[in-house]
Design a protein around this ligand. Structure first.
Ligand SMILES: C[S@@+](CC[C@H](N)C(=O)[O-])C[C@H]1O[C@@H](n2cnc3c(N)ncnc32)[C@H](O)[C@@H]1O
Length: 221
């Protein structure tokens, strides 16, 4: 099991698979494979179930999640990816926002396995409505699969003072008639207009069709 340097040693690799060190040994969140080495348990991070893992498998090197990082995760669903982010940030906090009641119930169960995961029933388009539950954060990660994804992530970065952003843009959620390339270009342009600098943008196919991960940070004057 080898740590990946560009993740600050927080993500591990072995024979082409990626892993996080489990904060809750013995417990699976989504049926993932568990493996123990020298008394430490690792959870396989499946790129077919997690767009952030897909990004890493596609060669992505932007990874702003630190051991003590505070992360606002928008569109947490049942907490599959968010649980890996929580493993990566054991001394930090992951605020998980989800607006679908059904998914939120499962998310509450997932958050119960990790003391640094906090479930928030809220709408990512209205950050003011959950601002009382969220501190300032280092990173906003967004995977809401709906329209206006670029503005939603930027609004939350401004609301919570984040330095880093990542957004998994789903072309079909923005406009089924336009080409994915034009949708990705428009999302990148909007992020720049909002005062951020894009540090990476790449397709996450073949793991997710017509999706692009965009990583960015606040531009310095
Ligand atoms: C593609 S799924 C997220 C999968 C999850 N990020 C993962 O990797 O485990 C998108 C989720 O975003 C949620 N969602 C969509 N629009 C939202 C909004 N405005 N606010 C909060 N959640 C939203 C959906 O209910 C759904 O659970």
């Amino acid at each position: 099991m080898q740590p990946l340097d560009f993740t600050g040693g927080r993500v591990f690799t072995d024979r082409g698979r990626f892993y996080t060190e489990s904060l809750c040994p013995g417990k699976r969140i989504y049926g993932e494979r568990l493996t123990a080495t020298s008394g430490t348990e690792y959870r396989e991070w499946d790129p077919r179930r997690s767009k952030l893992s897909a990004y890493l498998h596609c060669g992505g090197k932007e990874f702003p999640f630190r051991k003590d990082g505070k992360v606002l995760y928008l569109g947490a669903s049942s907490g599959t990816t968010a649980s890996h982010v929580a493993d990566v940030c054991p001394d930090g906090r992951v605020f998980c926002v989800e607006f679908a009641q059904r998914m939120f119930r499962d998310l509450v169960g997932t958050c119960g396995t990790r003391p640094n995961m906090m479930p928030i029933l809220g709408d990512a388009t209205r950050p003011q409505e959950y601002s009382m539950f969220v501190e300032s954060v280092d990173v906003v990660y967004q995977d809401v699969a709906q329209k206006r994804q670029a503005d939603i992530v930027c609004d939350n970065m401004d609301a919570f003072g984040a330095e880093f952003g990542m957004v998994a843009v789903k072309a079909r959620s923005e406009d089924v008639t336009a080409s994915p390339e034009s949708i990705f270009a428009a999302a990148e342009e909007r992020i720049r207009e909002r005062g951020f600098r894009i540090t990476d943008a790449r397709s996450i196919e073949p793991y997710e069709k017509s999706h692009e991960m965009i990583a960015f940070r606040r531009a310095r004057a």
